[in-house]
Design a protein around this ligand. Structure first.
Ligand code: ZN
Length: 294
């Protein structure tokens, strides 16, 4: 049996456990490196009875453990992350980060409701000394987006949520992304694509990544560029089956790691082209039968 111990290591010393990234590029590299280490955890165990330790160094001052700590520790995250509430996507764990590293906002479907925007606005206005990056992280098989696709494909299903305002709010926000994704599949693969057994699954996965990209674009436009130009908004999709973050773009169809938010309509068009050319989307459309709903 392969064993991996994930250890949060506190050492009582004066220096910070890990230096903070000095800029958005360094912050992006750190998150991508951390995710790669997490995604390949078991790959490092070379024999079936092997044990390895994945050590995450933690500054004891971040939780008030240092003997000379005076009062509450200061908040000093280097990235804010908007993610889904899905229990299979624990944000700090999948990026190999510890306490006080990430300012995390989680809501079903990782959409931009007012409370989400307010929370991110707080981070931008109050944590600008250390904050270098804002991440929108969707995930494969997202239940919130899946429900929106099913309503799109079968509008009669909307009646089941019509009287549930809280759920309807999440769905309504997603439908423009679903419509745009459906149009992209139609233009790329022709009108027969809707009859493909893998169409629903392809539309789900296309909508999930488009939703994350659109949210990152909105954040970049709404207050990052205006309030803190050195900040950067990025997006990606956490794949439950490989544990990797995925964001295909032209020139990088495989698309491992977080990507910069599209800046305009032309970049959204490029993103759409990269997505429909990606192996992941093509794999759904090439299957003989559709998978059960996630
Ligand atoms: Zn989700």
């Amino acid at each position: 049996m392969k064993t991996v111990d994930i250890i949060y290591r506190y050492e009582t010393r004066d220096t910070s456990a890990r230096p903070l990234p000095p800029n958005s590029h360094a912050a992006l590299l750190r998150l991508n490196d951390g995710n790669r280490d997490f995604a390949t955890l078991l790959d490092h165990v070379t024999d079936e009875s092997g044990v390895i330790q994945q050590i995450i160094p933690v500054d004891p001052r971040d939780l008030g453990f240092a003997s000379d700590a005076a009062g509450a520790p200061n908040q000093r995250p280097f990235a804010a992350v908007l993610g889904c509430s899905d229990a299979r996507v624990p944000i700090e764990l999948i990026f190999n980060e510890g306490p006080n590293d990430l300012f995390v906002v989680r809501v079903a479907g990782n959409g931009l409701g007012l409370e989400v925007l307010g929370s991110l606005k707080y981070a931008v206005e109050h944590l600008g000394g250390t904050l270098k990056l804002i991440v929108v992280l969707g995930h494969s098989g997202c239940g919130a987006l899946t429900t929106a696709i099913d309503v799109f494909l079968n509008p009669g299903d909307y009646l089941t949520v019509a009287a549930k305002h809280s759920i309807r709010t999440i769905l309504d926000r997603s439908l423009i992304v679903v419509q745009a994704s459906a149009n992209k599949l139609l233009s790329a693969f022709g009108s027969d694509v809707a009859r493909n057994p893998g169409y629903r699954q392809a539309l789900i996965e296309l909508s999930i990544v488009t939703n994350a990209a659109l949210s990152a674009y909105s954040i970049q436009q709404e207050f990052v560029a205006h309030d803190l130009p050195e900040l950067q908004a990025v997006y990606g999709v956490y794949l439950l089956d490989t544990r990797e973050v995925w964001a295909p773009r032209l020139g990088n169809i495989k698309g491992v790691g977080l990507a910069a938010a599209p800046r305009d309509l032309a970049e959204f068009a490029n993103l759409g082209n990269a997505l429909v050319q990606s192996d992941r989307i093509a794999s759904y459309l090439n299957r003989e039968t559709s998978e059960p709903g996630l």
